[in-house]
Design a protein around this ligand. Structure first.
Ligand code: GLA
Length: 422
């Protein structure tokens, strides 16, 4: 009986997210929201709130990486999309140069002065905003002080880029109220730098680029070296489901940077034999095998993951283009095995969830998504099996943890932008 109730609830949460995006005003959306009495507000309710306090409203989506994990900071390829889970941000200018920020999620209010932006010794959520403000000003743009309120729907530490979404929402809003603009690609690079310098995460460009540039309804094959992006449609026969393992990863904790360092070390050793390579992107399996004796097994496996994952991204792009959904699913599963065994960024809870997802009838492939060490699992599934799979994921993983997992059906949406309140 308890299981039945949980399943029911999971369904409602999932469908509320879906209908909210399709038609926020529909009866079904309102009934679902009322039934659940959860805090997720419709877009029009957010517009009303912003108008009531004379503020402008911005939103930035989350990103879901279909395949290509830990390849971006190795100059490699990635294949991500956006999803309709947003960081919502209201903003109104101040007369002085103070930026005061309220976080509804964290029930916290903090501020900083644009005339004295300092990095914190232990980075917290405000540092993402400090970072983007400092870097925008370093481009010669003078920002106005602001009252900001942030409300995020993206699970923090879930591998869906809640930080890049916050950075892009804040950067877009601060620029707009200061009468300045930047190209989305330039803004993505600036936000990436902000995360590196102010949050201390040596991240690649994937998250910020996707949140800033990926358009509604598409995924992009992004070359993280040239920043060339090619869009591709996601076939209607497949849906992407994201389930939170409930284990929060925190990239500033260091393990992510350790992986980036290990890739760099492996590269240095390969360069001794192949001096023309500039990054792991340039390395083939033949080159890696030639250098194998010069490195320990851990470095070899880290490099092998990156080299093979870049290949998988190319194959996944081809599979998407040719509607070869079985192949796509198999590549997603291979990616997970490599992230678990070679890159060692999975954990027990994520493994259980992947096993549960793999056992679902109609699931094509599942893997951890994002930086790893917890967070969400992405499942590529047959669209006509979504209901049953959501039910099974919810009940089977719920049985293990005793809690209803958060489940989201991916809905590729617009990049970061102001919301039209007129
Ligand atoms: C995090 C980083 C990205 C990328 C992924 C792993 O999300 O911010 O740059 O490296 O991890 O693919």
């Amino acid at each position: 009986m308890a299981t039945q109730l949980r399943v029911h609830y999971t369904h409602l949460v999932t469908y509320l997210g879906y209908f909210n995006e399709q038609d926020p005003e529909s009866i079904i959306t309102r009934i679902l929201a009322a039934c659940l009495s959860i805090r997720r507000m419709t877009c029009s309710a957010r517009i009303s709130e912003a108008l009531a306090v004379n503020a402008r409203l911005f939103r930035a989506p989350g990103r879901v990486n279909i395949i290509g994990e830990h390849t971006d900071y190795n100059d490699g390829l990635v294949l991500p999309t956006n999803t309709a889970l947003y960081t919502w941000l209201t903003i109104s200018p101040r007369m002085d140069r103070t930026v005061q920020v309220t976080s509804s999620n964290l029930g916290d209010m903090q501020s900083f002065s644009l005339d004295d932006i300092r990095r914190s010794e232990y980075p917290g959520w405000l540092d993402y905003l400090k970072g983007v403000a400092a870097l925008i000003e370093s481009q010669g743009i003078r920002l106005r002080g602001a009252e900001i309120s942030v409300d995020g729907e993206i699970p923090i530490g879930g591998g869906l880029s809640s930080s890049a979404s916050l950075e892009l929402a804040a950067a877009t809003a601060l620029l707009e109220i200061s009468g300045a603009t930047m190209q989305p690609q330039q803004l993505a690079s600036l936000c990436q730098q902000a995360e590196q310098l102010y949050a201390g995460v040596n991240c690649g460009i994937m998250d910020q680029y996707t949140v800033a540039c990926c358009q509604r309804g598409e995924a992009i094959l992004l070359d993280c070296r040239s920043l060339d992006a090619t869009s591709v449609a996601i076939p209607a026969e497949i849906s992407l489901i994201v389930t939170d393992s409930g284990v929060k990863h925190r990239l500033p904790d260091g393990s992510y940077n350790d992986r980036a360092d290990e890739c760099q070390k492996a590269l240095e050793l390969i360069k001794k034999i192949e001096p023309d390579v500039h990054s792991l992107r340039d390395v083939s399996m033949t080159m890696l095998h030639k250098a194998q004796d010069s490195m320990d097994s851990r470095l070899f496996r880290r490099a092998r993951h990156v080299v093979k994952e870049i290949d998988r991204v190319n194959s996944a792009f081809a599979a998407l283009k040719s509607n070869n959904i079985e192949k796509l699913g198999a590549l997603v599963s291979d990616s997970h095995a490599s992230l678990r065994d070679d890159f060692e960024v999975s954990c027990d809870e994520v493994e259980r969830l992947v096993e549960i997802a793999d056992a679902c009838d109609g699931a094509l492939g599942s893997r951890m998504v994002g930086g790893g060490f917890g967070g969400c699992v992405l499942s590529v599934v047959h669209t006509d099996r979504v209901d049953e799979i959501v039910q099974q994921l919810g009940s089977d993983y719920g049985e293990i943890t005793g809690e209803i997992p958060w489940i989201h059906i991916v809905l590729p949406t617009d990049p970061a932008a102001e919301v039209d309140t007129q």
